[in-house]
Design a protein around this ligand. Structure first.
Ligand SMILES: CC(=O)SCCNC(=O)CCNC(=O)[C@H](O)C(C)(C)COP(=O)(O)OP(=O)(O)OC[C@H]1O[C@@H](n2cnc3c(N)ncnc32)[C@H](O)[C@@H]1OP(=O)(O)O
Length: 398
């Protein structure tokens, strides 16, 4: 009798089904394949789900595509609305393909996916955290295929091993990000870092952030940007928890280019705090602002939540009629974002060529009641020490 021949490996691009973490089968596509001592491992993308859920799996989890996806899985997918979708913390969230994909044209989207299809770094160590990454990031060639990268959380220098990090930290006694501390309130500080001055730090921050941002392409050209790093401070230093970047000059009224809350700190209100902070900076500039597009799925829910809260709060305290323009002047939110938010809340009608805000105190109260029961971290504008970039003295040449 001859030995049974080993099964044919699955092919790249093949559509199959894969056992998901909850034991259910989900439709998937094979993106990449690698051989191991026991056979093959496959990098799979789950159809209709965000790429941050892509993962390497053994062949035992893969099944042929015989029957259509089970009704339970399909029905669950359909029932999830954008806010509910992301409620389980990512990357294990049931987050479907993000809105960003819809905002890019199909060719750009295909090109982007081809270039970044397999995650290169699987984990990072940053301060006390070991964090699973979500997406590909273009680290220099020598580091591009490390399973884990080790960062100094204060200057973002990265190395390939724990031992190398320990050696580095013994020689390095910084305990906060570079740049100027422009905000301090209780244990929270925000540092402003100029991309043209602290180039390496800002490039490293972009590379690190790209591990959690799918559709951003700023990595090396950091000179035109300012970076705002939010930290939690204790006796050991100011530990980074979130950041956003902002163009020094934006022709499109962008007041924020990229925003990230590090995964261990997500869902604590830090993203909302930084979004509010970005509008506080716009207010100081005497401008309205809007985030750079495309927004990710998580970016969209965060902005929608912030815009809704701010607009409803103004409407609640305002007496008499109010126009979109007035709302924009009071909030520093761009008019288009106000219109789309009020549409989403069904609080606006288009009548005789004009937008009419139509709202009752009861509806406002209903929307805001969930908000007021939470203890959201607020920006205290009196603690912000900041001069808009265009008003600063140009550095004297020597
Ligand atoms: C312009 C751009 O840069 S778009 C790209 C945005 N950045 C990314 O996608 C990077 C990865 N994601 C992140 O870093 C974070 O999810 C951020 C920055 C988008 C949000 O940061 P967080 O600190 O988690 O936000 P925060 O806790 O303040 O929550 C803000 C709101 O977003 C919503 N939200 C945030 N994360 C989730 C989630 N996983 N599931 C459901 N809702 C969520 C919540 O509704 C919350 O509103 P609430 O206050 O009404 O509950």
């Amino acid at each position: 009798m001859s030995a049974p021949s080993s099964p044919q490996p699955y092919q790249l691009g093949q559509r199959l089904r894969c056992v998901w973490r909850d034991g259910e089968l989900r439709d998937c596509e094979i993106i990449e394949r690698r051989s191991t001592d026991d056979g093959f491992q496959y990098y799979v993308h789950y159809s209709g789900f965000n790429r941050r859920l892509d993962e390497w799996v053994g062949s035992e989890r893969i099944k042929p595509l015989e029957a259509p996806a089970s009704r339970t899985v399909r029905e669950k997918k359909r029932k999830l609305d954008p806010a509910v979708k992301a409620q389980t913390p990512p990357p294990s969230a049931n987050a479907h393909d993000d809105s960003a994909a819809g905002e890019l044209d199909a060719a750009t989207q295909r090109e982007h996916e081809a270039a970044t299809r397999v995650k290169n770094i699987n984990k990072i160590v940053l301060g006390k955290w070991e964090i699973n990454t979500w997406y590909f990031s273009p680290f220099p060639k020598d580091y591009a295929d490390c399973d884990t990268l080790y960062f100094c959380e204060f200057d973002l220098h990265f190395v390939k091993s724990h031992a190398a990090l320990e050696r580095y930290l013994r020689r390095n006694d910084v305990a906060h990000p570079p740049g100027d501390e422009i905000y301090r309130c209780a244990n929270i500080s925000v540092f402003e870092i100029d991309g043209a001055v602290c180039k390496t730090y800002c490039q490293n921050l972009c590379l690190l952030a790209k591990l959690f941002l799918d559709h951003k392409t700023l990595y090396y050209d950091v000179d035109p940007f300012l970076f705002y790093v939010m930290t939690e401070c204790d006796d050991h230093g100011c530990h980074p928890v979130a950041y956003f970047s902002k163009e020094k000059r934006s022709a499109e009224e962008y007041n924020l280019a990229c925003i990230l809350t590090l995964p261990p700190y997500q869902r604590k209100g830090y993203g909302r705090f930084l979004i509010a902070f970005s509008y506080e900076l716009s207010r100081k500039e005497g401008k309205v602002g809007t985030p750079e597009r495309p927004l990710s799925d998580l970016g969209m829910v965060s902005y929608r939540s912030y815009w809704s809260y701010v607009l409803l709060s103004i409407l609640q305290s305002h007496r008499g009629a109010i126009s979109i323009k007035q709302l924009s002047e009071m909030s520093a939110i761009k008019m288009d974002d106000i219109v789309s938010t009020l549409h989403a809340l069904s609080l606006i009608k288009y009548w005789k060529g004009q937008h009419m805000i139509s709202v009752s105190p009861r509806i406002i109260q209903e929307h805001l009641s969930a908000e007021t029961s939470r203890n959201a971290l607020q920006v205290d504008a009196s603690k912000l020490q900041w001069i808009p970039h265009h008003l600063r003295e140009a550095p004297r040449s020597t």
